[in-house]
Ligand binder design. Structure first.
Ligand code: ZN
Length: 438
């Protein structure tokens, strides 16, 4: 276990002046992080040589290190050679997927050949990998046939049985008949499905109620399914739910104070997602101008998940291979249009769709490549994501009153955002999960 490993950290007893008020409570130990550079998740510019005072699981104050004053009993963590940021947030993960390659059976094998205990065991490793990489919060957008498994993983983390990020979970997800795998088997066979399939507004509302009552923080809906290259060279995607089916889901979720994430690539299904009142568009491979305008108007979040569409292309010259290339080709311009129009963008990766051992932060350079500034990309993974999750001021920011979720990286991500792959320190809720020089 790497938890609470503090070996190698410089320990002393100082705290800034700001820590003197209010009077320290003896029960909550104080930790002070000395940040060489602080990117706080909200401010437009970084600040140098900052002191972050942490009491218990919360940040108490942030101020210039030069104003710091020795206070007995405080622990100092010296990150003066690092860039310090809020704990990162990945808004599109699948802890119950492990990026199985087609040669090993791919997606189907995960559902057909891996029992739930095995899948849950692997999900605990996935959760640990997220934390290892500095992602202290994830929105896990469905379990792919593992039922309410991510509710259990979330609970195991919250109760301290396993290390892992804070989790906001969409559980089983919802699609329609013909709208989700497993597919391609003999029609006589009753195959398991990776999502809860519904037809009609009554079934839609019932599925939403079931999922919400079993612990879903979000409802995930697949508004498009298959995709291919159309006769004019455009990306075409098959729509799934109608607006009449989506609306009761959104209505039900909003009534519970929850939100709806819609997987939607392009075209009819994308527009139905927006007309039906989705809170976030996932992937949005080909947002046309009308969709972008509607997202701005409705305040819809965009979680583009760029990097995953550059991985594992089928061979060129095949139907799948051409589709895979087309998806990547239209995705970049789609993000550019959204950035230019001021759509609210969050960081998400679809990790699990690719192995958890690969860098989650590979998404940052893609966001920058297609029009976001490094600071905007970092805020998409911090304060913007927190805002979408209804946690503004609590997560995704290094400021008084926020949870003490803090990470550090080598180098300057504002110069080269690839630096986000070099996380050296991870604190979640005031507890050091990963020390400085590992
Ligand atoms: Zn996904």
């Amino acid at each position: 276990m790497r938890r609470f490993a503090l070996a190698g950290l410089a320990l002393s007893c100082v705290a800034p002046l700001a820590a003197q008020s209010p009077a320290p409570t003896p029960a909550a130990p104080t930790t002070v992080i000395r940040a060489g550079t602080l990117i706080d998740g909200v401010s437009a510019s970084p600040r140098r040589d900052q002191a972050i005072v942490i009491r218990g699981n919360l940040i108490e104050s942030v101020g210039d290190w030069s104003a710091a004053k020795v206070l007995p009993g405080a622990t100092v963590i010296d990150l003066s050679g690092r860039t310090v940021l809020p704990g990162l947030i990945d808004c599109h993960t699948h802890v119950f997927l492990q990026g199985e390659v087609p040669a090993e059976g791919g997606y189907d094998a995960e559902l057909l050949k891996q029992g739930l205990a095995l899948r849950a065991a692997r999900a605990t490793v996935a959760a640990r990998r997220a934390l290892d990489q500095g992602f202290t919060t994830i929105r896990d957008v469905e379990t792919e046939g593992a039922g309410y498994g991510n509710v259990g993983i979330k609970e195991a983390i919250e109760r301290g049985y396993i290390p892992g990020p804070r989790m906001f979970v969409a559980t089983r997800a919802i699609s329609t008949t013909g709208g989700y795998p497993l597919e391609g088997y003999a029609p006589e066979l009753d195959m398991p499905k990776g999502a809860q399939l519904i037809d009609g507004p009554v079934e839609a509302r019932k599925a939403a109620r079931e999922q919400l009552s079993n612990g879903a923080d979000w409802i995930k809906v697949y508004m498009t399914h298959r995709s291919w290259v159309g006769e004019h060279g455009e990306l075409v995607s098959q729509p799934t739910l109608t607006v009449e089916e989506l609306k009761p889901i959104v209505d039900e979720a909003h009534g519970w104070g929850r939100k709806v994430a819609c997987h939607a690539y392009s075209g009819i299904g994308l527009h139905r997602a927006l007309d039906g009142g989705c809170d976030s568009i996932e992937h949005g491979l080909d947002l046309d101008d009308a969709a972008v305008a509607q997202m701005v108007k409705q305040g819809t979040w965009y979680c583009p998940t760029m990097a995953v569409y550059y991985l594992e292309w089928a061979p060129a010259g095949t139907v799948e291979g051409e589709r895979d290339r087309k998806r990547a080709e239209v995705h970049g311009p789609s993000l550019r249009r959204a950035v230019k129009a001021g759509v609210k963008i969050v960081f998400g990766t679809d990790v699990g769709g690719f192995p958890w051992s690969e860098p989650i932060a590979q998404e940052f350079p893609r966001m920058v490549e297609f029009g976001m500034t490094p600071m905007a990309a970092l805020q998409a993974a911090t304060s913007r994501a927190a805002e979408m999750l209804g946690m503004a001021g609590k997560l995704g920011v290094v400021a008084p009153g926020a949870y003490a979720d803090v990470v550090a990286v080598r180098g300057d991500p504002l110069q080269d955002v690839k630096a986000m792959e070099a996380v050296t320190f991870v604190m979640k809720g005031g507890a050091v999960y990963r020390g400085t020089d590992r």
